[in-house]
Design a protein around this ligand. Sequence first.
Ligand SMILES: [Fe+2]
Ligand SMILES: [Fe+2]
Length: 159
Amino acid sequence: MIREMLGMGEGILQDLHNDHGEVDDLLDRLADCADGAERGRLFAQLKTKLLPHLQAEQEILYRRLETGQAEASRQFGHEGMSEHQTVEQQLHKMSGLGNMMSDQWTAELKVLQELIEHHVNEEETTGFGCARDEFETDQLEAMSREFQTRKAELMTKVG
Ligand SMILES: [Fe+2]
Ligand SMILES: [Fe+2]
């Protein structure tokens, strides 16, 4: 209990939560940004952060949950994967739109923000809960190391 309160023994779940915070911050900065060039930089930064997160999270957490003991874990694994696809499609759509200061781009950003907010809420409640049930502390720690390694590898390929 004390370990949980201090955020210890959470392994990969702590890493994921940290990333979610950074992504949330980038989304807010993008929404507030009134300069096209700056928006371009922030959007590129968002993709470099988010795409490796999604991919590494799928490979290291979701795939294990998909074959988990509990039905809720297996369900979250599949649902999460599907929601990632929606987020990726939205990023792709936004990348293809020309003027990032247009009303359309701003509207698509709002949609992206809502998609991510919904997904992260579900992940940090249902998904993290399932992971705490399925895995021991040392497994979560090992998954943390795997996640960081994989993410670093993927970051060199994106953007
Ligand atoms: Fe995540
Ligand atoms: Fe996710």
